[in-house]
Design a protein around this ligand. Structure first.
Ligand SMILES: Nc1ncnc2c1ncn2[C@@H]1O[C@H](COP(=O)(O)OP(=O)(O)OP(=O)(O)O)[C@@H](O)[C@H]1O
Length: 129
């Protein structure tokens, strides 16, 4: 992934912790296709929100939905990585359950985002007419 510095001991400073968190973000963007799709959709939601001049209350709901989806993607990627580390390419029922449930978390968060999107953007668009 191009992120290896071979460190295996604990971070010694906030700067080091922060750098590794940024490495994680970089890894998400570079390796997770679904995360990139959600990033683009979030950018579009922010753009549309700016055009529609959403209220602060509406922005809070949009932000909650966006970060909920991002968090679910992060958790999904963590689960996939750990499962792959443990079982590799071998089929395993527990591995399937872990990956499927993690994916279900992303699906639930995306449904929540769609719900918030409808509740926030439809009235904002209708208010233009
Ligand atoms: N080792 C395994 N044992 C059993 N089933 C597995 C295993 N690895 C993957 N699967 C099944 O294949 C599906 C896809 O797994 P994969 O690791 O490719 O996820 P992915 O393509 O990264 O998923 P996503 O679309 O969420 O990014 C899993 O949801 C699971 O049902």
């Amino acid at each position: 992934m191009g992120l290896r510095d071979n460190q295996v001991n604990k971070n010694k400073s906030f700067a080091q912790s922060f750098k590794h968190a940024l490495d994680g973000l970089k890894s998400l963007v570079l390796t997770e296709r679904n995360f990139r799709k959600h990033l683009v959709l979030a950018a579009l939601a922010v753009l549309l929100g700016a055009v529609l001049r959403l209220s602060i209350n509406a922005w809070l709901w949009v932000a909650l939905a966006v970060f909920f989806v991002f968090s679910a993607e992060v958790l999904n990627t963590v689960v996939e990585s750990i499962v792959d580390l443990l079982v590799g390419n071998r089929y395993d029922d527990a591995a399937k359950k872990a990956k499927d449930v993690a994916a279900a978390g992303v699906l639930l968060s995306a449904l929540f985002a769609v719900l918030i999107g409808c509740l926030v953007y439809i009235p904002a668009v209708l208010a233009l007419f």
